[in-house]
Design a protein around this ligand. Structure first.
Ligand SMILES: O=C(O)C1=C[C@@H](OP(=O)(O)O)[C@@H](O)[C@H](O)C1
Ligand SMILES: C=C(OP(=O)(O)O)C(=O)O
Length: 447
């Protein structure tokens, strides 16, 4: 990341029109690199997200002996085999990425290596106890900073001890960390998931040939991974990231006259909650050409401006749109009536406290919001543009890409525009955001 913050004002915009393609799914990209690094032979991945978070994962895996390079549009990963990760020299910089940190902690936990993990100011505030605790039960040892935070040093154990673990928080990162640790552990590692979270790890582990049983008991899922697996290299096509498409779904829904098609969007049911919630609010989103890409359901999404109405969002849908709430709050701020959300405690431990950050940012643009312990109540304008922010009143993004992009979208539907204090973090997940926004709105790319 550049040293100095990069402020930008996002101005009211012309309708969003035409066709765009968002970059590859961040969650799937991290996993493709990690499983590729553990297979023997060459894994090839196309459509991989080249955001800073995914590049941090690639750099860490290289430091552990994997060969990862880009040839044309395809990434090539030569893995070291399960159990073959080498001792990295020097600290591994995880940047802004919670997924890199927690999943790699899982991988390292069952290898006989010592790793030092560091991160930026945002990542260094995030809780790692949720993975330290179960991975310690498997035999790894950790010396974290106070409060279970980065920077930390960890020592893996080989052979590790298989465990059965019921997730105390709905977290795909914790689930995945344990499954990845289980790969090089003798016996069966069992993760019990009381509510479903994104299942990319399970899908991809099976694709690479790991033996994984999944038992569904009502909402609860019991996942059993058979350890000391041999992974077979794969050819992976990474679908477009629904969490990135989200900004354009909301932007086109709230800017009058918009008619935008977002091609190749991943619609795995464990990720597609925002589309359902926007439709409940009255959004006009059509799924065109549904198909399967890389073992994941995908479609082109055509979204047209629509009259949105506030809803009481069902908290059960939270895990399937956990990263999309900041931009949902923007849609709610422009809707008719009130939107109530709850059950969102996890938003407080993301790159920022996303409940507090969005409450403050939206209030600064003239929106009517009430913060609760576990959600936000948003009283919409009924479609009237938000006032926006004054010249010297940039909203504070706290090194959080999703706050920056959500408030950029708010700017499009404002009278004065919205000033964002720092757009640098956008490159962690969506490096082409400004370019695609400029193209869709027919305005110059003002990066
Ligand atoms: O597993 C993953 O790839 C992710 C899981 C989610 O985090 P949690 O597991 O902490 O909910 C999500 O917020 C993050 O952007 C990516
Ligand atoms: C929470 C996010 O990512 P991570 O946890 O990987 O930093 C996100 O991308 O919104």
């Amino acid at each position: 990341m550049h040293d100095q913050p990069r402020p930008r004002r996002f101005l009211p915009s012309a309708p969003l029109r035409g066709k765009i393609r968002v970059p590859g799914d961040k969650s799937i990209s991290h996993r493709a690199l990690m499983l590729g690094a553990l297979a023997v032979g060459e894994t090839r991945a196309s459509g991989l997200l080249e955001g800073e978070d995914v590049l941090a994962t690639a750099a860490a895996l290289r430091a552990c002996g994997a060969t990862i390079e880009k040839n044309g549009d395809t990434w090539s990963i030569h893995g070291v085999g399960v159990g073959g990760l080498l001792q990295p020299q020097g600290a591994l910089d995880m940047g802004n990425s919670g997924t890199s940190t927690r999943l790699l902690m899982g991988l390292f936990a069952s290898h006989a290596i010592t790793a030092v993990l560091t991160g930026d100011a945002s990542l260094s505030k995030r809780p790692m106890g949720r993975v330290i605790e179960p991975l310690s039960r498997m035999g790894a040892t950790f010396t974290p900073s106070p409060g279970g935070k980065l920077p930390l040093t960890m020592e893996g154990l080989c052979p590790a001890v298989p465990i059965e673990y019921r997730l105390p928080v709905a977290s795909a990162q914790v689930k995945s960390a344990l499954l990845l640790a289980g790969l090089n552990t003798p016996g069966v590692t069992t993760v019990i998931e009381p509510v479903p979270t994104r299942d990319h790890s399970e899908r991809m582990l099976r694709g690479f040939g790991a033996e994984l049983d999944i038992e569904q008991l009502g909402d609860e899922r019991i996942i059993r991974l058979h350890g000391e697996a041999d992974l077979r290299p794969q050819t992976i096509e990474v679908p477009g990231d629904p969490s990135s498409a989200a900004f354009f779904l909301v932007a086109a829904s709230i800017v009058e006259g918009s008619d935008l098609t977002i091609e190749n969007v991943g619609l795995n049911p464990t990720r597609a909650g925002l589309v359902d919630v926007l439709r409940q609010m009255g959004a006009d989103i059509a799924e065109l050409d549904p198909r399967t890409v890389g073992g994941e359901p995908v479609a082109d999404l055509r979204v047209r401006h629509a009259r949105l109405s506030g809803i009481d969002a069902d908290p059960a849908i939270a895990p399937s749109m956990i990263d999309e709430f900041p931009v949902l709050f923007v849609a709610a701020a422009l809707a008719h009536g009130t939107t109530r959300t709850s059950g969102l405690e996890e938003l407080r431990v993301k790159e920022s406290d996303r409940i507090a950050a969005m409450a403050a940012a939206l209030a600064a643009t003239g929106a009517q919001v009430e913060e609760t312990e576990d959600g936000l109540i948003v009283h919409g304008t009924g479609g009237t543009p938000l006032a926006g922010t004054g010249e010297n009143a940039a909203v504070v993004t706290h090194l959080d890409h999703r706050i920056a992009m959500s408030m950029a979208v708010a700017g499009l539907a404002s009278r004065e525009g919205v000033a964002v204090d720092d757009t640098r973090p956008i490159a962690t997940s969506f490096p082409t955001f400004a370019e695609l926004l400029a193209g869709a709105t027919g305005s110059p790319d003002a990066r």
